[in-house]
Each structure stands twice: as C-alpha cells, then as structure tokens.
Design a protein around this ligand. Sequence first.
Ligand code: ZN
Length: 349
Amino acid sequence: MCNSIKMNNKILTTISGSLPKPNWLAEPEKLWSPWLLQGEELKKGKRDAIKIAVNDQINSGLSIIGDGEQTRQHFVTTFIEHLNGVDFKNKKVVRIRNRYDASVPVVISEIKREKSVFVEDAKYLRSLTNLPIKFTLPGPMTMVDTLYDGYYKNREKLAEKFATALNKEAIELADAGVDYIQFDEPAFNVFFDEVKDWGIKILEKAVNNVKAKTIVHICYGYGIEANIKWKNSLGNEWRQYEHVFPLLAKSRIDQISLECQNSKVPMDLISLLKGKKILVGAIDVSTKKIETPEQVANILREATKYAEPRNILGCTNCGLVTFSKQVANAKMKALADGTKILNKELGLE
Ligand code: ZN
C-alpha cells in the first residue's frame, strides 16, 4: 500500500501545496494569474509544469511530493468549475472570511460532481515518482465562503453538498495511488461557531472511506495585504487554533497542517492535537527571505516539545506560488536541509 508506511520514523518533509508556475504557463509571482496558453497547448503545458514541479521538489530533498497545484488557477474555484450548479458568468460581490470583498461565482442549482476533477493529474503525478504523493483539495467550509449561495441559502447544507462531491473525488484520488489527501480550510481559523456546529462533521463526510491519509491545512493565508492587515490585528498571541484543535483531535482526520515560522502561534497549542500527525509550518510564505536550515530545525525542535518526533512533519506555512522559482526552490531546500539537521540530532537518519 502506501510507500509512506514503509519509511522509518524520521521526520518527513512536504510542501503545503502550491508552487510557482513556469512563466510560459501563467504570469509568475502573482496569485490567481490567468493561463497564457489555450486548448491542447494548455493541457500539455500543465503536464510539463507538473513534471518540473516534481523535479524541483525531489531535487530539493523533500520526501512527500505534490503536483505544485500546477493545473489550477485558484485553490477553491478551479475545483468548483468542474461541478454542476454554479454560475461563473454572473458573479456577485461578497466578503471573504470577514476580511476582503471579492467578485464570486453564484450557486444557482443543485451541486453535483458528474466527472472527476484532478484524477488524471494525480495519475500523471503517480507516474513521475516512486516517493509518496500528496494531493490538495479545498475544504467544504472554505468553498462555501468563496461563493454566493442563491440556491440552498444555507451554509451547512451547501457545505454538505460540497463534501459529497469532495468525497467522490478523494476516493478516486486514493484509488489512483495518492497517499495523502489534504483539505485546505483557512475558514476554520475564522468561523469558530460553525466549525463546532458542523465544520468538522462535514469535513469528516468528505474523508469517509478514503483509502489515503487525510490532512486538514489551516493557515493564516498567503502574504497578501488583506491577510497581513488581519494578522496585525490579532495581537501578540494567535490563539485561533485553540478553538479548532481539540475538535480535530477527536475527529477522524489523520494530520493537521499549521503555520509556525514567523507566526505568533504559541507552539504549545500543538499538545491539543494528541495522537495526530502535525505538519509544522517551518517556511514563511510572506517573505522572500530564505530561512536558514538552522531556523527550520529550531521550529521543528520546538514542536518536539509538544509532540513525538514520529508525529511531526516539516512543511511550509502555506503555498509558495507567489514566489519566483528560485526563491521557492531555495525555501524547499532549506526545509529539507533543516529537517535533516534535526533527524540527525535525534538519531533518526
Ligand atoms: Zn494555506
């Protein structure tokens, strides 16, 4: 089964998801930039980009490999574009995560997934490496928060419909050989009452019968202005995770991905996740400054105070898409090298 199970107890490394796209595929160092190719050329270009992303991760020394999200323009809407029931032509402006206004697609009829979305990409990724592979999907609550709902008019109900679609996709991804499936739920850091009332329950629906390890990624977002402003308003200690972690500890999600490097998250919150594997964000995505391997090792070492090393993975705080290829590669290498330092120290090499 999973290659991951065969590995020993050393601390593994992976990125949370996105990598820069080649400059011939989409304008680099920009979020959500549109495709520069069309039709068959675009299809082939996306494949070539996955291959480059895989090579970059392997050359950096990472142990779990993703597709760098090279086939999606946006981490939420690209998935939704493949579902029935959402109108992308007549958009409406809504407030995203209580933070910024965006023009978003509108739910106009029943949500249905009639065909797979990323399964062909996953098969291709599987063909490129024997290392364990990971795939990312948007989380149901974050999907709800990225749309205007003119049909169900009920956030929980809409989330449930998305969870059904995500579950089908996740089962097929696992069958295609994906070892880890991650759901991105930045909304879990904002809507605490909803997380408690239905957020976890509905996320568990998405992972039902999925034969892969499951991850939920909860971050404080890309380094865009609205997020930086929000972070500055959160005070000296970011305790948002304190609401969510005890609930996740009781859930059937296997792993939790969180933001630690240069963040004000008190590391002792990790102890609320007993029994879970923790993807410790050791790379800051809001600065081009490259972390030193020692800085990475320091964060991971700090995490070992609150979780056993075998339950820790070295990760990035969030995606690396906003950087140049050079910066992203250097950050991935720092992640791998820093983790190596700690593995050596702990006698895990
Ligand atoms: Zn993130």
